[in-house]
Design a protein around this ligand. Structure first.
Ligand SMILES: Cc1cc2nc3c(=O)[nH]c(=O)nc-3n(C[C@H](O)[C@H](O)[C@H](O)COP(=O)(O)OP(=O)(O)OC[C@H]3O[C@@H](n4cnc5c(N)ncnc54)[C@H](O)[C@@H]3O)c2cc1C
Length: 303
């Protein structure tokens, strides 16, 4: 029996483990793959305060070592169910079942992929899913944003302030995002909007990095556009499978909780990218981890 079980050993989950252990609570972290989460494959992080140019593996290992040193236990098992049993939570994995008085969900989210050849090979070599993370690597270069919602529009606006030119490509004939934002984008001199087009092919250069993107149109031949970066902004998929019936979620599947990270189910807390919020970054994941652990400790102390 543990005081707190944390589902997910990404940035949010490991930060929650650090805070919970420093409050002297027993902690088990359950992780389905390896520790680190989404950031593990990133070569260079430039925007985490106080750690300029750290790699994803270095960042994750430092967090993991800190959590372990402070006494958190970690098991590498996929959580498949979380349910209440009288005063306890039963957390079921593919191999076992664990008991805890409180649960923190820190299962993250995945970027929706284009699902076309070379996407994986060129990720980090021109293909990105996060303009805030990688935009500055494309300073004064020509880039493309693919998507039609607010994320794509904000990405295009953000990149227009950094890059020489931004092509904003959307498959429909109008954007899904806010009209005021669309109007702002239309006024930016270095943004070219291309509607009714989908990304058909990613073309690498001799250096193995993205050189161009081939766009497919319904009523005209495909066109090749030379760009150094493609920012894919076609949505996120929150990882809520194991507990989708337990806690309240918004229409996109994100778990609803305010800054204190308390979910609709008493004793269950949420942290990181799986929580409904505007900015999904390492710094907000660590902030959530700290908040969720502090709320869980407060809940346990008042049982
Ligand atoms: C390519 C890339 C580059 C990025 N670059 C930056 C950057 O430079 N700066 C920045 O601030 N942010 C960056 N981000 C965003 C940042 O990585 C995320 O905001 C952050 O990782 C969110 O942390 P998290 O702990 O909430 O979720 P995640 O990192 O997604 O971790 C969730 C963990 O939960 C595990 N899990 C999920 N379901 C289960 C289950 N059922 N059972 C057990 N375990 C489970 C997953 O395996 C994963 O390890 C980047 C993201 C990507 C993809």
């Amino acid at each position: 029996m543990y005081d707190i079980i944390i589902v997910g050993a990404g940035t949010a989950g490991l930060t929650a483990a650090i805070y919970a252990r420093r409050a002297e609570k027993s902690v088990l972290v359950l992780e389905q793959t390896t520790y680190g989460g989404q950031i593990i494959n990133t070569l260079e992080i430039e925007n985490y305060p106080g750690m300029y140019k750290v790699s994803g593996p270095e960042f994750s290992k430092a967090l993991y070592d800190q959590a372990i040193t402070l006494g958190a236990e970690v098991e590498f098992e996929k959580v498949i169910s979380v349910r209440r049993d009288e005063n306890l939570f039963l957390v079921g994995t593919e191999d076992d079942s664990y008991k805890a008085r409180a649960v923190i969900l820190a299962t993250g989210a995945e970027y929706r992929k284009l699902g076309i050849p070379r996407e994986e090979e060129l990720t980090g070599r021109g293909v990105s899913y996060c303009a805030t993370c990688d935009g500055s690597f494309y300073k004064d270069k020509e880039v493309m944003v693919n998507g039609g919602g607010n994320t794509a529009l904000y990405d295009a606006e953000y990149l227009a302030g950094i890059c020489k030119k931004v092509y904003l490509v959307h498959r429909r004939d109008q954007f899904r995002g806010d009209t005021s934002l669309v109007e702002r984008i239309k006024k930016l001199p270095n943004v070219e909007i291309i509607l009714g087009a989908t990304v058909e092919e990613l073309i690498p250069g001799e250096d193995g990095k993205l050189r161009a993107v081939k766009l497919k149109f319904l009523e005209r031949p495909s066109t090749e556009v030379a760009v150094a970066g493609l920012f894919v902004a076609i949505g996120h998929i929150p990882s809520v499978g194991a507990f989708s019936d337990l806690v309240e979620q918004d229409e996109s599947g994100y778990v609803i909780a305010e800054e204190d990270c308390r979910t609709s189910y008493e004793g269950v807390f949420v942290a990181g990218d799986v929580r409904r919020k505007d900015l999904r970054q390492l710094v907000t994941a660590t902030a959530d981890g700290a908040e969720a652990a502090t709320s869980a400790v407060d809940f346990l102390n008042n049982l």
